[in-house]
Design a protein around this ligand. Sequence first.
Ligand SMILES: Cc1cc2nc3c(=O)[nH]c(=O)nc-3n(C[C@H](O)[C@H](O)[C@H](O)COP(=O)(O)OP(=O)(O)OC[C@H]3O[C@@H](n4cnc5c(N)ncnc54)[C@H](O)[C@@H]3O)c2cc1C
Length: 363
Amino acid sequence: MHFKYVVVGAGLAGLTFAERIANELDERVLVIERRGHIGGNVYDSYNDAGILIHNYGPHIFHTNDREVYQYLSRFTRWNDFWHRVLTYVDGNLVPMPISVETINKLYNLNLSCFEVEQFLEKRAVDIKEIKTSKDVALSKVGQDIYEKIFENYTKKQWGVDPAQLDTSVISRIPVRLNRDTRYFSDKYQGMPSRGYTGMCENMAASKNIKILLNTDYREVMKDISYDKLIYTGAPDEFYGYKYGRLAYRSINFMFETHDMEEYQEAPVVNYPNDYDFTRITEFKKLTGQKHGKTTICKEFPCDEGEPYYPFPTGEHKAQFALYKKDMEKEPNIIFIGRLAQYRYYNMDGVVRAALDAFADMCK
Ligand SMILES: Cc1cc2nc3c(=O)[nH]c(=O)nc-3n(C[C@H](O)[C@H](O)[C@H](O)COP(=O)(O)OP(=O)(O)OC[C@H]3O[C@@H](n4cnc5c(N)ncnc54)[C@H](O)[C@@H]3O)c2cc1C
């Protein structure tokens, strides 16, 4: 069977591409998805208790990219939502990212914004050449806060010392010299009012889009020809692991439903130094759902399992570069998304990348 366009993967990258092909080009497109649902990692669903959960961990939409926000707003309305995260340190819950409130609570002080700036300046370590995530944290907040907040959390999350990870991991956490305790400061933030799955269903609603679920593309490609393939899966898998397996970090999500209305003070609470899990999410606090019970999720990072986070070390990036060279030699294949490009993308970044790649394809 021939399709002009075939998309592998029904995550946000694949669906954005398919939607554009179907609605902008008015062409038919086949989407092949290994899982039993669309949406990729943004998939959400109601559990047995009737509570809406994010099956692959908490997802909060936030962006400064107006075009991406407007694009997704065609498929969903948004509930207002300002994300908040607390971190459990020395028996206290302190706001993240680090702000004036965090420092005052951590050290039982009552400093002004200006005094906190001086406090951090005094503690910041002068590092000539910042090469690792440990360097980033030490140079921003100094040894004590590094140990209290970043060191063990990062070890749990990645399974290695922050000194072995490149700067991208910790530089994503801002330090605020004000009293703003919102987790993100982006201009547009929100939760899709019918959930992410509802938004994705609307993206895929065109009659031009055919979706094959529960199907690994390798099972069917011998029977399908195409003019253009949009591939959002992992590159090592695509090339039969010829340069070895790319390393990804995975997570075991452990869901618990409790017979109580509220479990914790914030949607997400981080546990850098206690327990084996990194954080607990309470979904009702993300979605705003009213329910007599509540569902939480504990995250246990691990090496084996679904590939969630590309491993940010020089060695693995070099390995990906070998695959990338091969990918660049494929004129009929577009590799897009967090797996295919082996990079950490937020939702807005992945939609932006897909919209740009679609525009390039149409040139
Ligand atoms: C725990 C966690 C929390 C996150 N929180 C946030 C957040 O709060 N805010 C935010 O903006 N972003 C967040 N993200 C990032 C967000 O999930 C991604 O940006 C987005 O889902 C990436 O979309 P994608 O289409 O590139 O990849 P995916 O969602 O992974 O989709 C790829 C799809 O391809 C399918 N596939 C792969 N190989 C094959 C194959 N061989 N055959 C058929 N199908 C295949 C997969 O099954 C998958 O469904 C989070 C990510 C994780 C892991």
